[in-house]
Design a binder for this molecule. Structure first.
Ligand SMILES: Cc1ncc(COP(=O)(O)O)c(C=O)c1O
Length: 360
């Protein structure tokens, strides 16, 4: 037996969006902007920061496993604490789902062109993964349903999807759920939920309460807390009970939990973030069109733009880097001819659009 199992050996370590400090050093300039990782351009929720500072006095004690945040979420969503889990980002909870529920002979089923984090977690468990092609840059729920078999254990859906920004609709989801056996677990990743929830055709998974669906949400995006690692999930008691068995006992950290609770009590920041995103979405949509780009419709805080070729995507990425603007080429997501641009502040969006227009 080799020391490293083949399914680990074949993995590539995750490459995050290029950090600002790295590009500043490379270019010798100071005003680099990062529109690469769907982070909140307004910074973190001020109330979350206040809550974290207050929590520092207790850092000599071990955390309580996210209990306070679970109780607060249960209160806000009118659930029982037994239906809520908190973890180190929604990806941390996803990792626990993989550990808790997958056996060697199980299969996972998802789409091409979705969140890389899920592919990595599934591959690192060494199980078979089936990825159904996107249909016009949308999840093909019918195509996914058609691939369910006796070995299917987990189906991963992201709504809105990263990196396309597209959603599947209520009727599509209703129809899909009719084909899913009750012993197949659906991970419904709603990392961008807050940006999409006012769209009447968006299926908010919490309206359904299926026993085999785990809803995952995060404080990383609209609450501006990607760096502290705090996310949460909602599901049937039985699923949560088993997730709690495999979770690291002391995640989330005391500061992460405090940040989450502080953020939940910061509706002003939530509304401001959504308003800035909505205005930025209009600004970029119109500006991109004027600059000759056909962005996909988005229900999140980023745009996905298909270009003519992989070479075009790479050369636009490199050009923008030289202008001090970091965006995300999507080769690693299986969409090599596409780029993704996070919606920034009005000023950041303006700088991006000016750079695109000045390109000869
Ligand atoms: C669809 C999706 N799910 C999950 C995550 C990870 O979120 P978290 O920071 O809560 O782990 C991301 C982050 O980009 C994402 O786009």
């Amino acid at each position: 037996m080799p020391l490293v199992p083949p399914y680990i050996e074949s993995l590539e370590p995750y490459k995050a969006g290029k950090p600002i400090a790295e590009l500043q050093k490379e270019l010798g300039i100071r005003d680099v902007i990062k529109l690469a990782s769907n982070e909140n351009p307004l910074g973190p929720s001020p109330n979350a920061l206040k809550a974290m500072i207050a929590a520092t006095a207790e850092l000599n004690f071990y955390p309580n496993g996210g209990l306070d945040l679970r109780e607060e979420l249960a209160r806000q969503y009118k659930l029982r604490t037994e239906n809520v889990i908190a973890g180190s980002g929604s990806e941390g909870i996803m990792s626990n789902i993989i550990r808790a529920f997958l056996c060697d002979e199980d299969e996972v089923l998802t789409s091409d062109g979705t969140f890389i984090g899920f592919y990595v977690l599934a591959r690192s468990r060494g199980v078979r993964m089936i990825a159904v092609p996107l249909k016009d840059y949308h999840f093909d729920l019918e195509g996914i349903a058609a691939r369910i078999n006796d070995h299917t254990k987990i189906i991963y859906l992201a709504n809105p999807n990263n990196p396309t920004g597209t959603i599947f609709t209520r009727p599509e989801f209703d129809h899909f759920m009719k084909s899913v056996p009750s012993n197949v677990l659906i991970i419904l990743d709603e990392a961008y939920f807050e940006y999409a929830r006012d769209n009447p055709s968006y299926p908010d998974s919490m309206h359904y309460r299926y026993d085999n669906v785990i809803t995952l949400r995060t404080f990383s995006k609209v609450y501006g807390l990607a760096g502290i690692r705090i996310g949460y999930g909602f599901a049937h008691d039985l699923l949560i009970k088993n997730l709690l068995k495999v979770k690291l006992p002391f995640e989330p950290s005391t500061l992460a939990q405090a940040a989450g609770i502080g953020a939940l009590q910061d509706p002003e920041f939530l509304h401001r973030s959504l308003a800035v995103n909505a205005a930025g979405k209009r600004q970029l949509r119109d500006g991109l069109r004027e600059a000759g780009f056909n962005a996909l419709p988005t229900e999140a805080n980023f745009f996905c733009i298909p270009l003519a070729s992989e070479a075009d995507a790479e050369s636009l990425f490199q050009y923008l880097l030289r202008q001090g603007i970091i965006i995300r080429p999507l080769k690693a997501f299986g969409l090599p001819h596409c780029i993704r641009i996070t919606i920034g502040t009005q000023e950041q969006n303006g700088r991006l659009l000016a750079a695109l227009k000045n390109r000869t």
